[in-house]
Design a protein around this ligand. Structure first.
Ligand code: NAP
Length: 304
């Protein structure tokens, strides 16, 4: 879905059904989940001035989705969001934020987590403030709703009786938090369940890169092994051997973490490695560069 609205060529024909009902459920409470909620809920008049893929904008203009449930298996203190991204969503015009008051009560273990992380505390405060503001605002018929659902883990998808093979909801198990290590709290199922009806469920519970052709790949970490962006083809006597002219950056280089700025620094590091290698003549056996790319595109009849 993210690739669809970001214009990834392989997913431009995804055609998500945005007109079946007014409700979508997003599993996960990280920045990807938040980004998807933003796309579903932000007025299309505002999306129109962004670089969203045009096919996605047209589909969203016809969308009937008005309610989005963002489901997290832990609490507001553990939501994997960052403040800037959360503020952007909380600032969407005519968006009613719904958070159960009981979900905002904190335990001593939560207090401890917030004491150890300003970022966690900030997110908790932003969510509490949004919940309080929503509690006093007037209902508006045009309003869209974003429900932060905490302490629920997905158990199974519900199948529509009328449309076999299509989703009609999600069954969620209530959870409680248990401290495992000194600072980490994990979600544990309670055996109590509830459903949310919806016509669309999107999973945003993290990402793992996939290997590319014959490139070396660390399956456990989901990365191409590298030293400052230089691809490591093998290790000899404990020393990594890099592949001349082959580089990696982004999530394939360091795993699926970090905000946009992290990717900028990551790319700069790889580019610095490439520059150093060019200066030292270590890339002589390497590929033909931009000229080679243009030639390849021409051979394959790719439109420029
Ligand atoms: P993420 O930050 O790791 O969040 C994953 C979410 O899914 C968490 O709420 C996690 O809960 C939950 N989850 C994981 N496994 C689950 C399971 N089995 N059942 C239920 N819930 C589960 O991943 P992400 O949202 O894909 O983001 C990846 C990285 O990209 C992050 O570093 C993010 O900040 C970044 N990003 C940045 C931007 C931006 O800069 N604007 C935009 C999008 C993404 P637990 O915490 O309980 O595991």
């Amino acid at each position: 879905f993210v690739w669809w609205y970001n214009g990834h060529p392989d997913y431009s024909s995804l055609k998500p059904d945005l007109r079946r009902s007014d409700t979508a459920v997003i599993l996960g409470q990280g920045n990807v989940a938040l980004d998807v909620a933003r796309i579903l809920l932000r007025p299309t008049t505002e999306l129109a001035s962004t670089d969203i893929a045009r096919h996605a904008l047209s589909a969203l203009e016809e969308s009937s989705i008005r309610k989005v449930y963002l489901v997290g298996r832990r609490g507001p203190v553990q939501a994997a969001l960052t403040a800037k991204e959360l503020r952007e969503v909380l600032g969407i015009k005519n968006l009613h934020i719904r958070i159960k008051e009981t979900d905002l009560s904190v335990t001593p273990a939560d207090e401890e987590e917030m004491k150890n992380s300003r970022a966690r505390k900030r997110i908790y405060e932003l969510l509490s403030k949004a919940a309080a503001a929503a509690g006093t605002s007037e209902a508006d018929p045009d309003q869209r709703e974003l429900h932060f659902v905490f302490f629920r883990q997905p158990d199974r998808f519900l199948e529509s009786d009328e449309r076999r093979g299509h989703v009609s909801g999600v069954n969620l198990e209530k959870t409680v938090l248990e401290s495992v290590e000194s600072r980490k709290q994990i979600a544990v199922g309670t055996g109590e369940f509830e459903d949310i009806s919806c016509s669309m469920v999107l999973k945003a519970i993290g990402y793992k890169s996939v290997p590319i052709n014959d490139l070396p790949f660390d399956h456990k970490k989901g990365i191409v092994p590298n030293v400052r962006g230089r691809v490591v083809s093998q290790t000899s006597g404990g020393i990594p051997q890099t592949e001349p002219g082959l580089y990696v950056c982004g999530w394939l280089k360091r795993g699926p973490v970090g905000i946009i700025a992290t990717n900028l620094y990551c790319a700069e590091e790889t580019v610095a490695s490439i520059s150093e290698d060019i200066e030292e003549g270590a890339c002589e056996s390497a590929k033909a560069g931009s000229k080679g790319l243009l030639q390849l595109l021409e051979e394959r009849n790719v439109k420029k």
